[in-house]
Design a protein around this ligand. Structure first.
Ligand SMILES: *Cc1c(COP(=O)(O)O)cnc(C)c1O
Length: 386
């Protein structure tokens, strides 16, 4: 053979690979099959790299363990997991009932894409109980979309009751469970059909990788979601899957610290005169506290509080004075972040429900005294802005 051919066929993958702690990062679109019969035997083995290779398979197995799932599908972002799971199970003529406190990009997808494809979309308040929600269902209702707690205003839904009621009527339930990261709350154990999370947040944990997952317990849904991914053509890279798996190893350890620090800050905030209410479920009497105590094994680092009513520019003065908290969207990483939520509340059924500017904090893994000193700085600037 000439050098051209020899260079193309030398240095190819060797088997078996040395055994490392993590999976190999296999890069491949082409998968070489052992013989002609195997080319079209898609049941027996992976025949094309888009289906995912060693790193993706390892991540899927670990997430199935986390979610107590029969099947897990991966998507290139959390939003893609939500939209992908919806597209996999809905058809033209169906209707979805969507919780009003849903993540805003999910709402945008429902309002634009689902409606364009002839799927009805109606919003319901997060406070609606299972019975009232069932009464709100119409003949075309096919799926109930939950997000508990809402990721800006932290309303908790009675997920087990809603899931049971929906199942008895033959309706599907899908939850955005990003806040609990699959760790603090196990939707499939509580009768939810499809548990979605943005792995981008706590599983990744380092604010540098996008990915989403949908986990299901029933065989027919496993098939439906797998087909959905195959039909639309999503794929995630082996490098990203490896990073997610790495994050997953320390998820419980990191989460315990996020939880402890966030509770400390929430308790401190609740005593401040600059603060209206603190929306953290571990505070006595907080909205959703009872449901959270019953269903969740802990809390994460994400919660919100309202500033006492003040001049409009005082909110910006508070945020601009922060030096340890970064100003930025996303959460679940090692770093603390703050945003004002009010611009995202427009379009909700009741956008003014909180009695003051709503500030969301993500409490990272820093020293809590430094974080409290930073909030003190913010409050000084807030007072000076009057
Ligand atoms: C961030 C987020 C998503 C979307 O995740 P991406 O990976 O950014 O697409 C979905 N739901 C919630 C609650 C989120 O916070």
């Amino acid at each position: 053979m000439t050098e051209e051919t020899r260079l193309i066929h030398s240095g190819l993958a060797q088997t078996p690979l040395a055994r490392t702690v993590g999976p190999p990062i296999q890069r491949g679109s082409t998968v070489l099959l052992p013989n002609a019969a195997a080319l079209y035997d898609h049941e027996a083995q992976v025949t094309y790299g888009r289906q995912g290779l060693a790193a993706q398979s390892a991540l899927i197995a670990a997430l199935a363990e986390l979610e107590n799932a029969q099947g897990v599908t991966l998507y290139p972002s959390g939003l893609a997991a939500l939209t992908g799971a919806l597209l996999a199970v809905l058809k033209s003529g169906d209707e979805v009932l969507v919780v009003d406190t849903i993540y805003k990009p999910t709402r945008r997808f429902c309002d634009t894409v689902l409606r364009r494809f002839g799927i009805g979309v109606r919003y319901y308040p997060a406070s609606l109980d299972a019975e009232a929600l069932m009464a709100a269902c119409g003949p075309a209702t096919r799926l109930i979309l939950l997000e508990s707690p809402g990721s800006l205003s932290f309303e908790f839904q009675d997920v087990p009751a809603i899931a049971a009621a929906a199942r008895s009527r033959g309706l599907l339930t899908l939850i955005d469970n990003t806040w609990a990261a699959g760790l603090l709350f196990k939707p499939l154990d509580h009768g939810v059909d499809i548990s979605v999370q943005a792995l981008t947040k706590y599983v990744g944990g380092h604010s540098d990788v996008f990915m989403g997952s949908a986990a299901v317990a029933e065989e027919s849904l496993v098939r439906a979601l797998d087909d959905g991914v195959l039909n639309i053509g999503w794929a995630v890279s082996p490098d990203d899957a490896y990073q997610m798996l790495r994050g997953l190893r320390t998820l419980p350890t990191r989460m315990a610290r996020h939880d402890a620090l966030a509770r400390r800050l929430a308790t401190w905030l609740a005593l401040r005169e600059e603060v209206g209410q603190v929306l953290h479920p571990a505070l006595p009497g907080a909205p959703g506290a009872e449901i959270w105590r019953r269903d969740y094994s802990g809390a994460c680092g994400l919660f919100a509080f309202t500033l006492a009513p003040g001049k409009p520019h005082a909110t910006a003065a508070f945020l601009d004075a922060l030096q340890v908290f970064g100003l930025g969207f996303s959460w679940g990483g090692f770093e603390s972040l703050a945003i004002d939520c009010d611009p995202q509340l427009s379009g909700r059924l009741s956008p003014d429900a909180y009695g003051g500017p709503l500030i969301r904090l993500h409490v990272g893994l820093e020293d809590p005294d430094d974080l409290i000193a930073d909030l003190e700085r913010g409050f000084s600037a807030w007072r000076a802005a009057f």
